[in-house]
Design a protein around this ligand. Sequence first.
Ligand code: NAD
Length: 451
Amino acid sequence: MDQIERLVESQRDYFLRGETLTYSFRKEQLKKLKSILKKYENSVYQALKADLNKSRHEALTTEVGFLYTEIDFALKNLKDWMKPEKADVPITHKGTKNYILSEPYGVSFVISPWNYPLQLAIAPAIGAIAAGNTVILKPSELTPTTSSLLSEMIGETFDNNYFAVVEGGKDVSEHLLKQKFDYIFFTGSTAVGKIIMREASTHLTPVTLELGGKSPAIVDKDADIDLAAKRIVWGKFTNAGQTCVAPDYLYVHKDIKQKLFKAIKKYIKSFYGKRPLKNEGYVRIINENHFNRLQAFLTEGKIVHGGNYSKNKLAIEPTILDKISWEDPIMQEEIFGPLLPIFTFSDLDAVISKIKQLDKPLALYYFGEKLTAQQKIIQGISFGGGCINDTLYHLANPYLPFGGVGSSGIGRYHGKYSFETFSHKKSVLKQTTKFDMPFRYPGGKVAEALV
Ligand code: NAD
């Protein structure tokens, strides 16, 4: 048996001992997780700087702070979440008591990507722990400093048989996938998501797939242009556009296009300075492959802002592209970088029908004041989740489930939804022995008993 097989086996033994079932155990582990994050907070900032050139502010708001909120939320609500849920009793079941128990699946496997290498590794683990599972986490090989720090932090704090980090790339991930897990939680690309689901089917392991796609932002004629520009610039260029829910492309009403351009340029300057490539806190592109892929897109359409880059630093300025066509390569895949193509529209219905022909996006953002138009968008287009008059913000509300639909994902998490994702809902009926309803037995009078 190799190391990975042994690890999965020892986690299964650990799980079967039943220690993870109690509220006090789970609470203790969540507290331990929070305190190790606190202890290593500075090292986390350094690791995120080394891997992605993330500023402390960005690392705090989008990674570390998010995790503190999720852990605190779980700690505050866990007792409630764990309570058996009473179910109603139909007349045919008179005399019974019915309830639903949330039980852990067992050994869970979390696979995470590089773009928020701390948040996307730990956030699913919070759900797995809260629900009473053991966890094997495989962080991304593309952010080696953060991944090795994760391994150190988790290794120092938790029994390997309960929560372990296995570092490595595709090969390690593939080998892990051959094992029998009780739950697999994957965050990454749609292409790899399909592989995960195929592998999971061998053992009929349930999966959550948090994937990507092209998320549109639409700015209508009556939008607050300045606020829309500010929130779009923030949503698009945070993490240099390497955010699964970043607006991928923008549709703007023709009457306000120039005003919106002006406001977008103003906010790019205000957030990142006149020379973003010289800005110490401007996030870089993860590696040369992605840099080259994005650089090639710069030849498409017309650059109306930005367009400079530094191959040395692997950085590309916040860039706005006009005159893009749907046939251009930039529109054939998720951009995942600081390039924002802009389309102009005059008829909102045409925008809706265009988006509906595409894969269902992970997010959608609509800017405009009219309720009828807002509802047309929200009800007319299927997407994972999104905002009216904002970007990204829905993701940080622990009361909202976060996840995709169609090719942008399967399942949901955050807040209580993370607990539910990692819990099997077990239905229990407790029958009375004081009497027995005759109608179900051969010869019983069905009609009489049911009226
Ligand atoms: P990726 O799919 O290349 O890799 C994700 C993880 O899967 C990594 O840990 C990687 O080592 C592993 N992996 C890669 N190939 C594998 C294989 N053949 N078998 C098993 N495991 C394999 O994704 P990425 O490039 O790290 O991340 C970017 C993608 O993730 C984007 O598409 C983005 O939209 C998506 N994403 C989605 C969310 C979300 O919450 N929905 C969040 C962040 C990123």
